[in-house]
Design a protein. Structure first.
Length: 349
């Protein structure tokens, strides 16, 4: 937590051409609304860029940025925002030229964070070597391939290595900023910021719940009959012997061919299909959990919850609240979710 008698904490947001305006808004909205018990602002936020002037965004407008890289030298925290160009990384490598000069201005001990694909810039600066880091799940494979010294974790909303932090896709910047406010000034201040912005002070789970996982098409189709039949009967117990019989094979032959064609075992495939069926029912229907568990072949709501939590990272009810909202089961965020108690969560009923 920050020392109470020190000067106001200064945050510098580093923007680049092709920036996503929403990310800049997140930083100013959240840190700008953090207040002490007496109502005094706790942060000073400035925006800077390599060459001051009109900076193009990924939308149909530009923003005027007056401050240059010299603002980085006076910052206590530097937040590197993403750029549209990050989504087409070409080659790995270290920073050079004006961007390297800009990073050289950052004082030792300064906290540095990134939102979304801003992590690529931190990786190029060598700040993520040997550290846990994340970025948008679609870009995580590129980050891992380009910077093998980085321990990429694509299923988390943010990482905190002390003086270096990273967040996943755009909205995860909210989670990261609230985390930093909570770390600096405690849960009461962070929860009050969340309450004023009408966002959850803490989100459960990671990126797994937002990743679509279509099952790849097999290279051949000698087990296609069994797979097609299984998809029509996911609600009932299915044994290997029964599946093998659909394609007139022994269990051993069926298992071997299935793995050759699909890349995983029949039982792993069945679990994946049942999870996808459960996802679909949670998103598109108001069915009770027991019914969804039965229709997806998990038998009981407890079994569904166990498998879903393990694979997706959140409970079925949390997933439904995220992707179906008011159209699904009732989910209310009570005042206690925004209270000063550390780690408090929204209540479901």
């Amino acid at each position: 937590m920050l020392c109470k008698d020190r000067a106001m904490h200064r945050i510098a947001s580093l923007v680049r051409p092709g920036l996503l305006p929403i990310e800049l808004g997140i930083v100013h909205q959240l840190f700008g609304n953090a207040r002490s018990a007496s109502g005094a602002p706790l942060y000073e936020i400035v925006t800077c860029t390599i060459v001051p002037g009109q900076v193009p965004t990924d939308a149909d407008f530009t923003i005027a940025v007056e401050r240059g890289p010299e603002a980085l030298a006076a910052a206590d925290t530097v937040i590197v925002l993403s750029s549209k160009g990050d989504y087409q990384p070409q080659t790995g490598g270290r920073l050079d030229g004006p961007m390297a000069d800009a990073f050289a201005r950052i004082r030792p001990g300064t906290r540095i964070a990134s939102i979304c694909t801003g992590a690529f810039l931190l990786a190029a600066a060598g700040l993520l070597d040997g550290r846990r880091a994340t970025t948008h799940w679609r870009s995580a494979p590129d980050l891992r391939a380009l910077y093998p010294a980085v321990e990429v974790e694509e299923n988390v909303l943010y990482t905190d290595s002390g003086d270096v932090l990273t967040s996943a896709g755009v909205a995860a910047g909210i989670d990261l900023c609230l985390h930093m406010i909570r770390r600096d000034h405690g849960a009461t201040v962070a929860n009050e910021v969340a309450r004023g912005t009408i966002v959850a002070p803490h989100r459960e789970g990671g990126q797994a719940q937002y990743i679509s996982r279509p099952v790849p098409e097999p290279r051949s189709s000698s087990t296609a009959g069994a797979r097609s039949w299984a998809l029509r009967h996911l609600d009932r117990p299915l044994s290997l012997r029964e599946l093998a019989a659909r394609d007139s094979m022994s269990v051993r032959t069926f298992t071997r061919r299935f793995r050759e064609e699909v890349g995983i075992s029949p039982l792993q495939w069945l679990t994946q299909q049942r999870l996808e069926r459960a996802r679909q029912l949670l998103e598109e229907t108001d069915l009770a959990m027991d019914r969804i568990a039965s229709d997806a072949g998990f038998g009981t709501a407890a079994s569904l919850r166990q498998h879903f939590q393990s694979a997706v990272g959140v409970s079925p009810s949390t997933y439904r609240a995220t992707f179906r909202g008011a159209h699904g089961s009732e989910w209310t965020v009570r005042e206690s979710a925004f209270s000063g108690a550390s780690g408090s969560r929204g209540q479901r009923r």
